[in-house]
Write a new protein. Structure first.
Length: 210
């Protein structure tokens, strides 16, 4: 019995060790797998919160495509480029990295999210343009209320290879917000509901990186 208890207690440390081993041996594959779990789970949870009686698998699939095919590979390379562009881990370097991250990278990521989600849903480039006009700016405003603080911690305290993990931890709540934003009409009421959702969902996750 005691051996079983010790084994259960050891699971978190074993999981962490396995994750770090994956980052060393197959970093991109490990980050892609993490994104699939997070974005898939986030969408399923939001569908339940919205009271959907049946699982919308294509909707979840669109979230997985974004997380696995775009976000993880992009961030995998982006953080390396950022460390080359801005040297150091102090406050000044962190602020410089945040400015670059929250302008170029964040805009690229949110543009790709709405583009991928819209095109896979409708197959129309016109719908992509309409979606970007309606939702890109509100999404960016919500993003800037959360991610600068998260990235400050990321750039000052977290080793390079684990920064995507921090993004993914907070991304549990953020993926829920994106799922909601990407699959509802943009109205003042929906934006307010989405903002409440992301604040509630990311609060415990932000504590993990502080």
């Amino acid at each position: 019995m005691q051996a079983a208890v010790r084994s259960v207690r050891a699971l978190p440390s074993r999981g962490w060790a396995a994750y770090n081993r994956g980052l060393t041996e197959a970093p991109l594959r490990t980050k892609v797998a993490s994104a699939c779990v997070i974005y898939g789970t986030g969408d399923v949870v939001v569908q339940k919160m919205q009271g959907m009686q049946q699982w919308d698998a294509p909707r979840t699939g669109r979230m997985l495509v974004y997380g696995a095919m775009w976000l993880s590979p992009f961030l995998h390379g982006w953080y390396r480029v950022l460390d080359v562009m801005v040297k150091g881990t102090g406050r000044t370097a962190a602020v410089q990295k945040i400015v670059l991250d929250q302008t170029f990278a964040a805009t690229a990521n949110m543009t790709m999210f709405h583009s991928i989600n819209s095109y896979l849903e409708t197959g129309s480039l016109n719908s992509v343009a309409d979606r970007l006009r309606a939702k890109l700016w509100p999404t960016m405003l919500a993003l800037w209320t959360i991610w600068p603080a998260v990235q400050y911690v990321n750039f000052t305290m977290v080793p390079l290879r684990q920064r995507v993990l921090v993004v993914n931890i907070v991304g549990v709540g953020w993926s829920m917000f994106l799922s909601y934003m990407g699959n509802t009409k943009t109205t003042p009421e929906s934006l307010d509901a989405a903002s409440r959702l992301v604040k509630r969902a990311t609060a415990p996750n932000k504590a993990l990186v502080n």
